[in-house]
Design a protein around this ligand. Structure first.
Ligand code: WTA
Length: 658
């Protein structure tokens, strides 16, 4: 490191507020600080501004209908089609030759789809889906890696009014079956395989294993990613994607008119209890919110090349690889692989090659980049970047500053965006052309949102104290319900702080947070049994039930422990059944396998710690907090309230490195 760099580093370390650069402000989509007051004074009519990003076949008669709260209805009786809004209108407006998707395959191959290419293939596949029998409102599942056919399939579904349900390709066969069964989904789009660090992975066998557990008849379309002869591997009821598209070459399908409140998609996510929840998002509210936040927060312009490194299998990919950017007519980059293949500079190579303007990634990735060292970004010209973003978990100030300096060249604002699968789009973040930035703090709630930090009784707390995050007014991108489970929708999100008698509804996202004098919010993490591993949301109860399903394990508790790259990692504490003592090594292997089989490799336990007993309170409750502290290597507080304090030292001794 040169003296100059060392000085800069030392200065950054001290600095805790950062102003957006003048050059950014001058060109920002949103630069007038008056937007906060304007939205507050003019609520809910202010959300008209989000709806205006879309073309409506019939305009709505009311912005917000609160009569069925907490199931709010937005843009009532408005009619539109999401695929028309992401494709046709751009082609009609003269952007047909602009790149819509620039795809980077892991092995180095690339594919560019202009808006007109994308529209054509979406039309052809939509026509094929109709031929296979897909009707409006049928849920179509996608179990696909990051190949262009995934967004094509999603938009084809949107075109014919069939909600999609995308299952992350890294999830297990079990997870696929659970979701298809829950949604009664009779159609599945998948691939034969995909590449990870150069190796071809067999995805079709995993798919078929999942399909064996689906309780109804299914029709499957398989995309040939590996270039092997597909027809040999297809079973009855399975179709080759390329053949279907060829058979429908040149065909077009009129975009189906959807009501604003009609479901655009379902996305399953983890919650407190074992079963994943099907979050329902709508056509009008979700799409306008994705578009508005892409404009206001990500500052996207049609001529931008934008890259979000998330997987489309998560909400971030839905809102900010596909729907938001394409609604705005932007070029969106899509990368199939991992950041360290073939080398640890792959991301920077992609940014340089595509002249990426705006880049959006997760803190876990930034922490890995920091560990690898700045020599990797230094190999590349990253001067095309204008704005950086992060999402998925809290970002520590050190990682923020590293990102700011080494990726942004100390010249790009960073938006640290807090939001959830359920919120559809960004909720808490600075507006990059307006707000000063404070590393580690996401920022204020967006204009039009009423975000408050409250204590256990729902009273707003003072600056500096930790409390619970709440959202006290509805917003267009919010989930409408949990699929076929309205009761659970109310009990999961609206029970804690609402007053149903008074018809006052408060959304509780189950995150802890604190707020400072300037209204900047630092999100502290989940307060329920959900953990966040590398920005992936996992339910500890789901993992626990996989572990206790293993023969030879009597009881288990799963918690999250701090991890310097992943943010949190999975720790399993397990009691072997009587007579299994001494078999810990094989039980550990079985436990890890059990978790991978039921959820996927992302939930793989960091450690499995065997213990004859779990620490319990006198009333018999497992002390999870204490197990978390042990896993994180924290000081252990008073253990005298335990029924069995002696087990604590035994367990702590076993946990690696602590
Ligand atoms: C966490 C991902 C701190 C939070 C978009 C939330 C964050 C959960 C941030 C949702 C952030 C997301 N700072 N924590 N900027 N962004 N989270 O549904 O705990 O996969 O509740 O949505 O991620 O995860 P989900």
């Amino acid at each position: 490191m040169s003296q100059e760099e060392a000085d800069l580093e030392a200065r950054l370390e001290e600095q805790d507020t950062f102003e957006p650069p003048e050059s950014f402000v001058e060109q920002a989509n949103v630069a007038d600080p008056g937007i906060y007051d304007e939205f507050e004074e003019n609520w809910p009519e202010c959300w008209d501004q989000a709806a205006e990003f879309l073309d409506w076949e019939e305009s709505y008669d009311e912005i917000l209908d609160e009569s069925t709260a907490p199931t709010y209805r937005w843009f009532t009786n408005g009619k539109l089609n999401a695929s028309y809004n992401c494709l046709d209108r751009h082609v009609e407006d003269g952007a047909k030759n602009r790149a819509a998707i620039k795809w980077e395959g892991e092995l180095g191959e690339t594919r560019t789809y202009t808006y007109s290419d994308l529209l054509n293939e979406v039309n052809e596949f939509a026509s094929a889906l109709r031929d296979l029998g897909v009707e409006e409102d049928d849920v179509v599942t996608m179990y696909m890696p990051m190949v262009p056919e995934l967004p094509i399939a999603m938009l084809a579904c949107a075109r014919i009014g069939a909600p999609h349900s995308v299952v992350f390709a890294g999830f297990s066969a079990d997870a696929l079956a659970t979701r298809m069964n829950d949604a009664d989904s009779e159609y599945l789009i998948t691939t034969d395989g995909y590449y990870r660090r150069g190796d071809a992975l067999d995805h079709l066998s995993k798919t078929n294993e999942g399909l064996d557990d689906v309780e109804h008849e299914t029709t499957t379309v398989v995309v040939d990613r590996l270039g092997t002869e597909l027809e040999h591997s297809l079973a009855d009821g399975q179709h080759d994607y390329d053949e279907l598209v060829d058979a429908h070459a040149g065909e077009t399908v009129e975009p189906v008119t959807r009501d604003a409140e009609d479901m655009l998609f379902l996305m399953y996510t983890s919650g407190t209890t074992g079963k994943p929840k099907g979050v329902k998002h709508t056509t009008g509210g979700y799409l306008s919110y994705a578009a508005w936040t892409s404009h206001a927060v990500l500052d996207l312009k049609p001529e931008d090349t934008y890259w979000c490194s998330a997987d489309i299998g998560w909400i971030t990919g839905h809102s900010y690889i596909l729907y938001g950017p394409l609604a705005l007519g932007t070029t969106t980059v899509m990368y199939e692989g991992t950041p360290d293949y073939p080398e640890k500079d792959r991301f920077w190579e992609i940014i340089e090659k595509n002249r990426v303007d705006v880049f959006y990634t997760a803190p876990t990735a930034i922490r890995a980049f920091m560990k690898w060292g700045e020599e990797y970004p230094e190999r590349h010209d990253l001067s095309s970047l204008r704005l950086l973003g992060t999402v998925g978990e809290p970002i520590n100030p050190r990682a923020w500053k590293w990102y700011y300096e080494h990726i942004g060249g100390s010249d790009c604002p960073i938006v640290d965006t807090w939001w959830q699968t359920e919120t559809g789009g960004h909720m808490i973040t600075t507006l990059p052309g307006i707000c000063e930035m404070k590393p580690g703090s996401a920022g204020p709630g967006l204009p039009g949102l009423d975000v408050q930090i409250v204590d256990g009784a729902g009273e707003e707390i003072d600056a500096g104290q930790a409390g619970y995050l709440t959202v006290q007014k509805p917003w267009p991108g919010m989930l409408r319900t949990l699929y076929r489970n309205d009761d659970r929708f109310v009990s999961e999100y609206w029970k804690e702080y609402s007053d149903p008698e008074a018809d006052e509804w408060v959304y509780f996202p189950e995150d802890g947070a604190k707020i400072d004098e300037d209204g900047y919010i630092t999100v502290l993490g989940r307060v329920d049994d959900v953990i966040n591993v590398s920005g992936h949301r996992l339910g500890t109860m789901e993992i626990e039930s996989a572990v206790v399903g293993v023969e030879g394990i009597a009881e288990a508790a799963v918690v999250g422990g701090d991890h310097d790259v992943k943010g949190e990692a999975v720790y399993v504490y397990a009691i072997p059944e009587d007579g299994r003592e001494g078999q810990e090594a094989s039980l550990e292997e079985a436990a890890i396998e059990g978790v991978i089989d039921s959820i996927g490799p992302i939930a793989k336990p960091e450690e499995v710690i065997f213990t004859p007993e779990l620490p319990k309170t006198r009333s018999g409750k497992i002390m999870r907090r204490l197990l978390e502290d042990i896993a994180s290597g924290n000081e252990l507080g008073n253990t005298s309230t335990l029924r069995n304090p002696e087990v604590v030292d035994d367990i702590a001794d076993q946990v690696g490195g602590n």
